[in-house]
Design a binder for this molecule. Structure first.
Ligand SMILES: Cc1ncc(COP(=O)(O)O)c(C=O)c1O
Length: 388
């Protein structure tokens, strides 16, 4: 046999000749119905088998340029999409350090655990954060924001969560953005569990920054921070170059310069970018609006079936999310014991609550690569568990 390059032997992995049983996802697989990470479609798994390449090659640069174009299409923006190795939380930090200066006043609209963390990121980074707490399960109303801005007109930005994954509530972004802009504040939108699943029209809604992570409706493993910036926001960031926050890895200017050349400022996380591209192709083939409609159907079906099982929904029905549903843990269970019982009956994994409702609500994800049949299996499992 020739000595030298060893070709990857995928067949050996599949045949069990190469033992990977130490991986928890292989030794004890579950049917994931948590709100992220979400299951990976075969095309995404297949893409991650592609070997490493010279990441600054012309072919790779053409590939990456097209990947960013598709990502812009999925945000519906003529601005720019940039990608960093990171998770959703890095997406809070990036607009802060590139578009604001230490001490700047911002308004954080908090209606769940992720809004809370966004506010805390601002505090940790030295902003003057005025935080407005809205009861969990409720959406941020136009009045909430109008009143908050009237009392805090100096706010330079509003931190807003598109889809509060901890409560299963979707905020009304277009209306809230109009109010923020009328008061001269930018909108930094956390759409980690929104983009790709529920309507987001960045340009038409005039949102300044949209941040997300790869592991939700993007149908990829965790590990990419995906950021979309409007053209006005990019111009504003240029005005802050050389002042404001010290930054290196998350510097917008160097990332933009690299992206213009079809690459990233540091070594590209190739496998995750392959995965992301495959997911974008899937979304484009399905059609973004068709994907939104699929999620709307799954959201309605989930609310209907859980209610039919006698479970009380947690989120205000007028603002219930179509990517994650939260329900009150029924009597006789804690959130954790119900999750465990469902897993024991069916191998299906749902989630517990977060923050103050950690033990009293359960969450079920219906975002990304998910179809009616997947959800019907989950409802059957929940019903069987409750009857047993
Ligand atoms: C709305 C929202 N924002 C931010 C995050 C944080 O993302 P990560 O855990 O990838 O840092 C999450 C994660 O679930 C989320 O749902």
């Amino acid at each position: 046999m020739a000595v030298g390059i060893q070709r990857p032997a995928m067949a050996d992995i599949e045949a069990g000749v190469i033992d990977l049983s130490f991986l928890p996802g292989l030794s004890d697989p579950t049917d994931l119905r948590i709100p992220g990470p979400t299951p990976l479609p075969p095309a995404v798994i297949g893409a991650m088998r592609a070997p490493m390449v010279q990441h600054r090659s012309p072919e790779m640069m053409a590939f990456y340029t097209e990947t960013l174009r598709l990502a812009r299409e999925m945000h519906r923006t003529s601005g720019e999409v940039l990608i960093w190795a990171g998770t959703g939380s890095a997406g809070w930090e990036i607009p802060i350090v590139n578009l604001l200066e230490p001490g700047d006043p911002v308004l954080a609209m908090v209606n769940g655990d992720f809004g809370d963390r966004f506010a805390k990121a601002g505090i940790a980074l030295g902003l003057t954060v005025n935080r407005i707490d809205i009861p969990w399960g409720q959406a941020v109303t136009e009045d909430d924001l109008r009143t908050a801005l009237a009392a805090f007109p100096e706010a330079k930005a509003v931190f807003l969560t598109h889809n509060e994954t901890s409560t299963g509530v979707t905020n009304r972004v277009p209306e809230l953005t109009r109010i923020a802009h009328a008061a001269g504040a930018m909108v930094f939108l956390d759409s980690v569990s929104g983009v790709g699943a529920i309507p987001l029209d960045m340009d038409a809604w005039d949102v300044d920054v949209v941040l997300s992570g790869s592991q939700k409706a993007w149908m990829c493993p965790p590990g990419l921070t995906i950021m979309a910036f409007s053209p006005e926001t990019l111009a504003r960031a240029e005005g802050l170059e050389g002042r404001g926050y010290a930054r290196y890895f998350f510097d917008l200017a160097s990332s933009r310069e690299a992206a213009r050349d079809g690459t990233t400022a540091t070594t590209m996380p190739l496998t995750l970018v392959y995965a992301f591209r495959a997911a974008l192709e899937l979304l484009a083939a399905e059609g973004l609006e068709v994907a939104w409609a699929r999620h709307a159907r799954l959201g309605a079906l989930t609310r209907e079936r859980l209610s039919a099982l006698g479970l009380a929904l947690f989120a205000d029905p007028a603002h219930a999310s179509d990517s994650v549903t939260t329900f009150m843990t029924p009597a006789g269970y804690t959130a954790g014991s119900l999750r465990d019982a469902i897993r024991d009956v069916s191998g299906i994994e749902i989630a517990v609550g977060q923050g103050p409702v950690k033990d009293t609500v359960n969450r079920i994800g219906h975002l990304g690569w998910v179809h009616e049949a997947d959800m019907l299996r989950a409802f059957d499992a929940i019903g069987e568990t409750l009857r047993s």
